[in-house]
Write a protein that binds this ligand. Structure first.
Ligand code: GZL
Length: 307
């Protein structure tokens, strides 16, 4: 008999026909590599093809990757914008090509939120506040000034901007807390070490280092030990992420508190892609579940940590 013609109306594709393009920031930190692994595994498990690119933390490389996904006519584009600004042009090109875009992890500052269907990731201001709340509690009985060095993430990145904002909002309420120096370590261990070495020279009696991620905190530990001081005692350290190496340093007492930032966004990203494929409208803003860790909690949690 004759074969029916395939229904030409653009209905949902079968999952093995879907192609998703993901433009990743880079491989700058333990968090990033855990994020990449989780996303790649989630798409493998779902049987959906994932095209993947690593931008080595350069915005122009991410833009090139997004343009190539547009050229290839992928079904969905997802990416973690290395910085907040400069995306409207390429996102308008994706919109003109009718390719839905999902923001994962980091945000863009675009006023036009029609340029993406959903933003899946943490609330970085909340993370900064949690770090600040621990510091306020830790020094509640101190009447002396508390001198703080801040190791900032990548300049212009949403987590760097927002973690600084949340922390300043909470600690700024009491003028005994003084951020005596604040400089970017670009979210890397090497950056954290170099900046801490320099800033300790000009601020020898600092009380605490607030690092926007574990990797810079781990670099700071190396610099503090090289200066003959005890990290976690002579100089306390608070970080964000809670990746394995950070949690180990916390368990060892070299870091004092970690605010978790979960990299495990893969399954939720697959769900968003399935919703888009089925013609459904995903939540515009999906906030990641995450917690905080003291030394005792890190010792307890370490054996089960996935990353
Ligand atoms: C946060 C993510 C940050 C991590 C860093 O969601 O964008 O980038 O905190 C990573 O470790 O480099």
């Amino acid at each position: 008999g004759t074969t029916d013609s395939v229904d030409s109306a653009a209905g949902p594709k079968s999952l093995d026909e879907l192609v998703v393009g993901f433009a990743q920031v880079g491989a700058e930190s333990g968090w990033r590599t855990a994020n990449t692994t989780d996303i790649q595994t989630a798409f493998e498990d779902a049987g959906i093809e994932l095209k993947f690119s690593d931008a080595q933390q350069k915005q122009e490389n991410q833009i090139k990757a997004i343009r190539s996904y547009i050229q290839q006519g992928v079904d969905v584009i997802a990416f973690s914008p290395v910085v907040e600004t400069g995306w409207d042009a390429v996102l308008n090109e994706a919109k003109a090509a009718n390719i839905p875009v999902v923001l994962t992890d980091r945000a863009v500052d675009s006023q036009d939120d029609s340029l993406y269907v959903s933003f899946l990731g943490s609330d970085f201001i909340e993370e900064g506040k949690k770090a600040g709340e621990w510091v306020v509690e830790e020094y509640k009985d101190s009447t002396d000034p508390v001198k703080i060095i801040q190791l900032e993430g990548t300049t212009g990145a949403a987590p760097a901007i927002d973690r600084a904002e949340g922390f300043a909002e909470v600690t700024g309420a009491d003028d005994k807390f003084e951020i005596v120096a604040s400089q970017t370590g670009d979210f890397t261990r090497a950056g954290g070490k170099q900046v801490t070495e320099a800033l300790l020279k000009s601020n020898p009696n600092v009380d605490l280092i607030y690092a926007h991620n574990d990797d810079m905190g781990l670099g700071a530990i190396e610099a503090i030990e090289a200066a003959g001081l005890k990290p976690g005692e002579d100089i306390k350290i608070v970080t964000v992420d809670a990746v394995k190496d950070g949690m180990q340093a916390l368990a060892d007492g070299k870091i004092n508190f970690i605010v978790e930032c979960s990299p495990l966004l893969g399954k939720q990203l697959v769900d968003i892609v399935k919703q888009v494929n089925d013609g459904e409208t995903p939540e515009k803003r999906i906030i990641t579940e995450e917690t905080t860790f003291t030394q005792e909690q890190a010792i307890e949690a370490l054996p089960d940590r996935q990353y």
